[in-house]
Design a protein. Structure first.
Lengths: 320, 419
């Protein structure tokens, strides 16, 4: 039965960014706006006084239903540099264990006058549920939901690529490893296809690629050497410990041998290729230390850019 | 009580009859002769058809009364024109002993609305290990035996259960789903699940299990009704099995005839169903298979779920949709879209399920039970919370306008619903 596709819940009536839930469905103009805004904030983070007053008087609630140190910290730093008040809630060990429902938790926090919710949840789609129930002046930023999306990570990856490669129009980007469970991969793929990268490849064994992944607009490679050939950007994905031995993979060693990024495999990419990783890295599993710390690696700059990108996202949604 | 239903369009799928006329009801049965009647119902402009027979409707008793009660769901049934329903054994406790079945039947009978046909549990506690006392359960009123949506991982137990059921001639109703392949999955393993990052259930979880079931039918001679087909290939397999002459029948949930994975939209938990909504190609094959009779009937698979259990992230939401009151309009919508004669579309919810249940209802002929529905096929109504009598308001069709409104329902010659 033909159903009218529901209104994109991320945009307000004027087509502006109300929530950031996923890169999928965002128009190119909004992505560019975020990247350009982040560019302007990159300077702030290098100043002696690293603060701007854009979110003064606003409250940002970091609502993490799933443990995370790095992402939570970068959101906290970004909010503080915008002069917002930041409240960190480690919900994974408080209300949820007392049986409070997700929406009750959000309603309670909303009663404490929140302006921005930064949400991480283990279940795909949870930020959509929250966004449907918050008040019109409240904004939801997805900081990672299940396997679905991690849009600020995707945006900082795009920012990094643009920083080093300037233009998306001629790029070949390879995303290597556990795409099946990766919200980072999904967000980056949507970002790259929206910004016009002509070739996005995913590389991995069949067990780590989701069904019909080609419908996301990517080329599929199982042979890492063929897939890395002439790439401009190589994005390595984290392989979770619990997935290293079982029905998906026999061992971390075998994975490293076939898919781990080593200097000799990287040599197949373009000479000026950059290597990215969303962190935290498993050295010797998906990436060799000599590559992670080598001249092609932009893994640490990614972290720095992440703060500017999150400042951009928060200032844009809170300003709309 | 003798009733004259006057001037309606009589549609009897069993005989193919479709004409304007009068129906006489006497002593709970359709009467062949004109008698002096106590009451006349003017059916001008209405379709007079056999009451619907729904082979899967959860009443949530015993055990889940907070989701729905027998009373609320029986009200919903007759408001939807459903005069007979089979209820799956996945209650709490499951329908695995005669006392429970007996109590359910008595309570249903006391309410005097739709007829209730309990389906007994195939294994104790639906745990998939030990057989239930099927003969005892049949004596208490079970019409078939099933695992409902509970997994039966041990194929040896399935084999023995089918042998045992075949010994007594009891039908076995099974959903075809390999529990290992379906483990952890919440959506069709395809394009949409990949995009939304939801763990998938591959289509072959159904066809592999169906292959096993069909082999076991060949081996045991057990009469099997396959519940809730969801894939195109399964329709093909059933078509071939019927051609081969195997004693199999099957049904499809009415939601799967209309909806596909695309309808998940932005994680609409009302579209979290078991089996999952599959691809548009699958949906088309189901709709076509239902039209050509490969799929014997359409069911509501009515599953009331309270809103708290749906207001959760998609994977955590409880599966199921409310459907008793939508079965008729959704069957009419499917029939109209495929340009089927009304008698053919109605057959899938009247005479065809009657054949599978082995009951006399589902037809309009002298001597048959006077289980009837009178509906206005042209009346449009909007699916809103207040319009539903079921305690389960969980439907993906909320907000939709559908055609076909029930005006009166009769069970055993008594008017049990009028609007």
């Amino acid at each position: 039965m033909p159903r009218s596709f529901p209104h994109n819940p991320q945009l307000n009536a004027n087509g502006e960014l109300q929530h950031l839930l996923s890169i999928e469905g965002l128009p190119r103009e909004i992505l560019i706006q975020i990247l350009d805004t982040a560019e302007s904030f990159a300077g702030v983070t290098e100043r002696e006084v690293k603060k701007v007053p854009l979110l003064r008087g606003k409250s940002v609630f970091n609502l993490f239903f799933e443990a995370s140190t790095r992402t939570r910290t970068t959101f906290e730093i970004a909010a503080k540099r915008l002069s917002a008040d930041v409240i960190n809630l480690n919900v994974a060990v408080s209300s949820q264990s007392k049986g409070e429902s997700l929406l009750d938790t959000v309603a309670n926090l909303s009663a404490m006058q929140a302006d921005v919710f930064v949400v991480r949840h283990g279940s795909s789609g949870a930020p959509y549920l929250i966004a449907r129930h918050v008040k019109p002046h409240e904004h939801v930023i997805n900081a990672g939901d299940g396997r679905h999306a991690h849009p600020t990570q995707g945006l900082l990856d795009l920012f990094t690529i643009r920083h080093y490669k300037k233009d998306f129009a001629r790029l070949t980007v390879a995303i290597v490893g556990d795409v099946l469970h990766s919200r980072v991969a999904r967000s980056l793929i949507h970002g790259l296809t929206t910004l016009g990268a002509p070739e996005v490849r995913v590389i991995g064994p069949q067990t780590l690629l989701p069904a019909r992944v080609e419908t996301l607009g990517v080329r599929v490679f199982h042979d890492v050497r063929a897939g890395l050939k002439d790439c401009d950007v190589v994005v390595m994905l984290r392989l979770q410990n619990e997935r290293m031995n079982g029905a998906l993979l026999p061992s971390a060693q075998e994975f490293f041998k076939h898919y781990g990024l080593t200097a000799d495999k990287l040599a197949l990419a373009k000479p000026d290729a950059i290597v990215m990783h969303p962190g935290p890295m498993n050295r010797g599993v998906e990436i060799d230390s000599s590559v992670a710390d080598g001249p092609h690696s932009v893994i640490l700059p990614q972290v720095t850019f992440g703060i500017a990108v999150r400042m951009a996202v928060m200032s844009i949604v809170a300003g709309n | 009580m003798k009733i004259l239903i006057k001037g309606g369009r009589i549609v009897d799928p069993a005989s193919g009859r479709d004409e304007i006329g009068d129906v006489f009801v006497s002593d709970g049965k359709i009467s062949g002769t004109k008698e002096k009647t106590d009451r006349t119902i003017d059916a001008k402009g209405l379709v007079v058809a056999p009451g619907l027979i729904d082979l899967s409707a959860r009443l949530r008793e015993p055990g889940y009364e907070y989701k729905a009660t027998l009373e609320s769901e029986m009200d919903a049934a007759v408001a939807g024109g459903v005069t007979s329903l089979a209820c799956p054994p996945d209650t709490d406790p499951p329908l695995d002993e005669p006392g429970l079945v007996d109590m359910l039947r008595r309570r249903a009978k006391a309410l005097a609305r739709a007829r209730v046909y309990p389906i007994g549990a195939l294994t104790v506690k639906l745990a998939g290990e030990r057989l239930t006392e099927m003969a005892e359960l049949a004596e208490a009123g079970c019409v078939a035996f099933s695992q409902a949506n509970a997994p039966l991982a041990d194929t040896q137990v399935l084999w023995r259960a089918m042998q045992y059921a075949a010994t007594f001639g009891f039908p076995v109703w099974m959903r075809a789903e390999d529990p290992c392949l379906a483990r952890g999955g919440v959506a069709h393993d395809g394009e949409v699940a990949t995009r939304l990052g939801l763990p998938g259930i591959p289509a072959f979880a159904e066809t592999i299990a169906l292959g096993s079931l069909l082999q076991l039918v060949r081996a045991t001679g057990s009469r099997v009704h396959v519940c809730r087909l969801s894939t195109a290939l399964a329709v093909e397999m059933i078509r071939a099995a019927k051609k081969e002459g195997l004693p199999v029948s099957c049904d499809v949930g009415i939601h799967h005839v209309h909806l596909s994975e695309m309808d998940l939209g932005y994680y609409d938990s009302h579209c979290r169903l078991e089996p999952p909504l599959r691809s548009q190609r699958d949906r088309e094959a189901l709709a076509a298979g239902l039209a050509d009779g490969t799929i014997d009937c359409a069911v509501s698979d009515h599953t009331p779920v309270d809103e708290d259990q749906k207001q959760l992230p998609f994977a955590e939401a409880e599966p199921g949709a409310s459907g008793l009151e939508l079965l008729l309009p959704l069957v009419l919508k499917w029939g109209a879209a495929r340009k089927l004669p009304l008698a053919t579309s109605l057959a899938r919810v009247t005479s065809d399920p009657a054949r599978i249940l082995g009951v006399q209802s589902g037809r309009i002929e002298p001597g048959a039970p006077a289980d009837l529905v009178l509906f206005d096929p042209g009346q449009h109504w909007r699916v809103v919370l207040e319009a539903l009598k079921s305690q389960g308001k969980n439907t993906p069709f909320l907000g939709y306008e559908l055609a076909g409104r029930v005006r009166a329902t009769l069970v055993a010659g008594s008017v049990v619903y009028e609007a």
